[in-house]
Design a protein around this ligand. Structure first.
Ligand code: ADP
Ligand code: MG
Length: 676
């Protein structure tokens, strides 16, 4: 009995000492429900704190010092929300004046004689130390401090303490690295690795711990990929279809444009796959704006002509709506019934869609991952299209596919990735590559501009608006709440632009914290040209298509990775008009030069690999692509490639006896096979 209790892995967080209802509520907001969730909630970066003596500190440099409180603290309130506290600190043989803002709540803790650490800047000329933070647990020498993504109400230190508590409980983590591989690579054990990621005692240990965790993530990923391929190879029977080719030709002839050569050959690949009884498992890889959606629509039409329902899944609601509108229009004259299913629909509306779907009154269903929910049942699903494939997990992919027993699948990806990656990651799929852009497209003129030269950009914006065109502006933050980051934010930019344009040009904002309905309204007004300038965060990164926009202005461009910058730029240049992209940054960074130099996504992805190939172990948040907790497919590509080989061999050796020695992998397979 006792043993069984210990084997329960996913223990509830309420078992942790000191966790009450309030904490449970806040942690719930972060999707943290079990001890395991907490243990695997890794820091996204680390602060390296090194305590130095004042003599070593350069004037104005941010440093950490250690000293003894030498006076009572005096607090003055500048206004209700702003206070200033001063006290004296003895450090080495100096006495310095310390100033700290908005930390009056520390007053009682700052007893004379108490040893503390201060983080801040020292100014020699008036002997003042302006502190940004006080640390009461004294650090000697140096410390690596984990920094976590948080929500309001949860503090970094508090979270770190809870995680620490977890390790004092008897947790049992499933290990997804087969023992013989752990031995081969001399990995530390799983629990030690997790501990060292949260509480590294040295850089070296941290590195080893991360390596192990990344290998495990990738191993599971590659296991899933390869397992699926293995299964496809085993039961390769697909649907058999009859298609009236003349109807297809008619549809293509009646498109408002002529397909490019690459589009045409992708369409032919898809046609062959579909009429062939082998099940289609194809990826269409092409740059933003290369016309993948249109190819997918033709695929959906072929599927319809052969008598089956189709589904298309998009990663965001904005994109799902957009597909719904444009696809409905394309099929308008052909009698196809197109439906939309997204999370924000009312329950009754959802039920209505589901009913029609089951009765076969919807031919094509477009939606977000809401399509995956269990109560969505198709009448006879024949083809599933997944747009912006890299945004979805492997699990989600196979879930939707399993809704139609033998349905064909088509994936679209706008992340042009170097060939070597593609072969590793998409090795289990056939691929069609669209290299050329539709005719008449001009290169987007791209310029890096310093913030002090913003005026020139404003002039250009006015010029474009006078021409009747529209503009996107992107900033890294929605709102800079504590005003500490020095970054541009969406809300402040709106004020700035309104001022600059004297309120004569309609500027609006769009960001992820807005309600869906608000977002839809704003998008609608931007599409119909009412809104001239749309300021947003990267929510517009994926797939949004407003042809009349000719200018993209990205603030703090140095904050974004090349893939993101390229995706963002892809929002303009969507017709034959000359388009522009301005990258506003005060830094000279290599990535911006690459952007100025080229419009070719494949070239940019190669450069990205070169630039980020090594190092950057503690880089800030990683951008886009497959979402791993710690791994980064570019930076850690060698590990990924190794995992592919190891996982493939592991499956070969163990699939015959159904992984009897590795019960943990049976759970992975169960997930993949969507067994209710
Ligand atoms: P992607 O999904 O690859 O980013 P889309 O399919 O959204 O690209 O196409 C971008 C835009 O180009 C759309 O407005 C689409 O109507 C248009 N388009 C697609 N193919 C062609 C073509 N062959 N000629 C002209 N315009 C095209
Ligand atoms: Mg698209």
């Amino acid at each position: 009995m006792y043993d069984i209790i210990l084997m329960v892995i996913d223990m509830d967080i309420s078992l942790i000492k000191g966790v009450g209802d309030k904490a449970i509520e806040y942690l719930g907001k972060m999707n943290l429900y079990t001890i395991n969730d907490l243990i695997e909630y890794y820091p996204y970066r680390y602060n390296f704190i090194k305590v130095i003596s004042l003599i070593e500190a350069r004037d104005g440099e941010v440093v950490t010092i250690k000293g003894i409180v030498d006076s009572e603290s005096r607090v003055s309130y500048i206004n209700k929300n702003f206070n200033r506290m001063v006290f004296k600190l003895r450090t080495d043989n100096f006495i310095i004046n310390v100033t700290i803002f908005n930390r009056a709540f520390y007053k009682n803790s700052l007893k004379i004689g108490r040893l503390i650490n201060l983080i801040g800047k020292y100014e020699r000329k008036n002997n003042t130390f302006t502190a940004s933070d006080i640390k009461f647990e004294v650090i000697n020498g140096g410390k690596i401090e984990p920094v976590y993504h948080l929500v309001n109400g949860v503090k970094n230190k508090g979270l770190s303490k809870l995680i620490y508590e977890c390790f004092s409980m008897r947790v049992d983590l499933d290990d997804y690295i087969p023992e013989y591989l752990s031995i081969k690579y001399k990995f530390m054990n799983k629990l030690d690795a997790a501990y060292n990621i949260h509480f590294p005692i040295s850089m070296d240990k941290l590195k080893q711990a991360k390596l192990r965790a990344i290998y495990e993530e990738f191993f599971i990923f590659m296991f899933k990929m390869n397992y699926l391929k293995h299964k496809y190879d085993l039961d390769n029977k697909g649907l058999s279809r009859k298609v009236d080719k003349s109807k297809l030709d008619e549809f293509i002839d009646n498109l408002p444009f002529k397909l490019t050569e690459d589009q045409m050959s992708a369409v032919n690949d898809i046609y062959d796959d579909l009429v062939n009884p082998k099940r289609m498992n194809r990826l269409v890889l092409g740059d933003v704006g290369s016309g993948k959606t249109c190819v997918a629509v033709i695929g959906l039409y072929i599927n319809y002509l052969s008598g089956y329902q189709g589904a298309m899944m998009a990663p965001t609601e904005i994109l799902a709506h957009q597909h719904y509108e444009s696809i409905s229009k394309m099929f308008e004259n052909y009698g196809l019934r197109v439906g939309l299913l997204v999370g924000s629909l009312k329950k009754s509306e959802k039920n209505n869609v589901c009913e029609k779907l089951l009765n076969g009154e919807i031919d094509i269903l477009i939606g977000t991952h809401a399509l995956l929910s269990e109560n969505v049942e198709f009448n006879n699903l024949g083809l599933v299209v997944t747009d912006e494939q890299h945004r979805f997990g492997v699990n989600q992919r196979s879930n939707l596919q399993n809704k139609g027993i033998m349905s064909d699948v088509l994936y679209l990806s706008a992340t042009p990735i170097p060939r070597t990656y593609a072969l590793t990651i998409y090795g289990d799929m056939d691929t069609s590559v669209i290299k050329t852009k539709p005719n008449g497209r001009k290169e987007i003129i791209t310029k890096a501009v310093k913030e002090k030269d913003l005026k020139n950009v404003l002039f250009k914006m006015v010029e474009e608006i006078k021409e009747g065109h529209q503009i996107y502006v992107v900033a890294p933050l929605i709102e800079d709440e504590d005003g500490e980051s020095n970054l541009n934010d969406v809300k402040k930019l709106k004020e700035k632009f309104d001022l600059a344009f004297n309120n004569k040009i309609k500027v609006e904002i769009l960001h992820g914290k807005m309600k869906n309905q608000e977002k839809d309204e704003i998008m609608e007004q931007f599409k119909n040209g009412e809104i001239k300038v749309l300021i947003s965060t990267t929510v517009i990164e994926v797939g949004v298509d407003v042809k009349n926009s000719t200018m993209m202005v990205i603030f703090n461009a140095e904050r974004f990775g090349l893939a993101t910058l390229h995706q963002l730029r892809g929002r303009v240049g969507r017709n034959s008009l000359q388009s522009y992209c301005y990258l506003i940054s005060n830094q000279d960074c290599e990535r911006l030069k690459v952007m100025e130099e080229s419009n070719d996504g494949f070239y940019i992805s190669e450069k990205d690999f070169e630039l980020r190939g090594e190092g950057d172990l503690f880089g800030t948040r990683q951008s886009g692509d497959m979402v791993f907790k710690l791994g980064d497919i570019r930076r850690d590509f060698k590990i990924l490639a190794q995992c592919k080989m190891d996982a493939s061999k592991f499956i070969q050796d163990n699939i015959v006896n159904n992984f009897s020695n590795y019960p943990q992998f049976r759970n992975v397979i169960k997930e993949l096979e969507f067994i209710d």
